[in-house]
Design a protein around this ligand. Structure first.
Ligand SMILES: [Fe+2]
Length: 399
């Protein structure tokens, strides 16, 4: 296991346009997940220090390597990939397994340029906002970009490809291709399932600033470091990332924010000069248990997906989960966010499907209220369908 030194992102023209942590200075944690077969390249990505891990999974295929859900191709990522290439053969295939996940879509063109011999496979129904652009103008290389399902499937003798969708969500299409490596029993996913640890991921070891920033109660508190404060910051990040505005969070008034800004010890950019608009209520930790129960990480559907992507698509999600549960020799789950690899069996996924079917779906109370408000607004303006989504329209010509 190694942590790269920070470096400026290369060929990553987007970060100056968005307030995305870590602001162009991105570290990558490279781990071997299954010996000689699967590796994880993890980076942090987020806004206002609400940073969560994003993962590219590298899989050994018959004649080289396959990259599933690329991350930003920094100099360190290139270097680490070249080390794997030297041992296992060239990068043959780059896969964008989601139609909608912008954080997975943006790194693909640069990764494709870094490996000009690789085939690029994308899902159908790629879309862009506010202007609908053809894939060619989204940066996918002409001549070596293929569409999953329409142009075949890569490494089909070794891998099973398991699409969830396409689901027409009004604003765009949700489609995610799971990838099952039959030899190892590892199931690679993008966003549909996650498993979060109650402890901060090792990715924060090199720079725990986001954790320490959110561990505070006021902007004039300095960023003090301790195991407990890192854990507290992580729990708050998880609440943010799942509910966007969790119930025990109040937003401070401008006057209050200004009063605690520029305090001694906080007059530097790392502390955002003391600007901290959050007020956590005293009982906030009571809300953590549902997401981060004691014991091993629990496989779950992220709340933000349940409430904003799948609120009327539970049947499609359950059918897909049960399809995954029928995979022979399923042993590991490797999502593109949070923990991996997570031990995973068919019985677990079947139990998850049963649980999701039995409990109230996409609730609107408590922590879910903010997400529900967004959904109501989208419904009011007719931007999302009020009925369960059907199959999306045929994919536009990709030329
Ligand atoms: Fe994602």
């Amino acid at each position: 296991m190694s942590v790269d030194a920070p470096s400026q992102d290369q060929r990553w023209p987007w970060w100056p346009l968005l307030p995305l942590y870590p602001y162009g200075c991105r570290r990558t944690l490279v781990r071997e997940l299954l010996p000689g077969r699967i590796w994880s390249f993890e980076q942090l990505q987020g806004v206002w220090y609400v940073a969560v891990p994003i993962r590219m999974t590298v899989l050994k295929v018959a004649d080289g390597l396959m990259l599933y859900a690329p991350v930003a191709v920094t100099a360190e990522v290139r270097h680490q990939l070249q080390q794997l290439v030297a041992l296992h053969g060239p990068v043959r295939t780059i896969v964008l397994p989601t139609a909608s996940g912008l954080e997975h879509k943006l790194p693909v063109p640069a990764m494709a340029r870094a490996f000009p011999e690789a085939e690029v496979w994308i899902t159908p129904h790629q879309w862009s906002f506010p202007v609908a652009l053809p894939p060619r103008l989204l940066g996918f290389p002409a001549g070596r970009t293929r569409v999953l399902g329409q142009d075949g499937l890569p490494h089909a003798d070794q891998l099973r490809w398991l699409p969830l969708g396409p689901l027409d969500l009004g604003l765009g299409t949700f489609l995610e291709y799971g990838c099952f490596d039959q030899a190892t029993g590892a199931l690679l996913l993008t966003d549909a399932l996650v498993a979060m640890s109650s402890e901060p991921p090792p990715l924060f070891d090199a720079d725990p600033t986001p954790l320490l920033f959110h561990a505070r109660d006021r902007g004039d508190e300095p960023l003090l470091d301790s195991v407990e404060r890192r854990r507290r910051g992580w729990q708050r990040l998880v609440l943010f990332a799942n509910y966007l505005r969790p119930a025990p969070l109040d937003v401070a008034s401008l006057a209050e924010v200004l009063r605690t800004s520029l305090a001694p010890g906080c007059r530097h950019s790392r502390a955002h000069f003391g600007v901290y608009p959050f007020r956590w209520r005293g009982d906030w930790q009571a809300d953590v248990g549902a997401l981060l129960p004691p014991g091993p990480p629990r496989i779950q559907v992220a709340a933000v997906l349940e409430r904003l992507v799948f609120p009327r698509a539970r049947p499609a999600l359950l059918a897909w989960l049960r399809q995954l549960a029928s995979l022979e020799n399923l042993a590991w789950l490797i999502p593109a966010h949070y923990e991996a690899p997570v031990a995973c069996s068919s019985a677990q996924l079947e139990a998850l499907a049963n649980e999701l079917e039995a409990r109230p779906w996409a609730p609107s109370e408590g922590n879910w209220a903010f997400l529900a408000g967004i959904d109501r607004t989208l419904l009011r303006y007719g931007l999302v369908p009020s009925e369960p989504p059907g199959l999306a329209a045929p994919t536009p010509d990709r030329s």
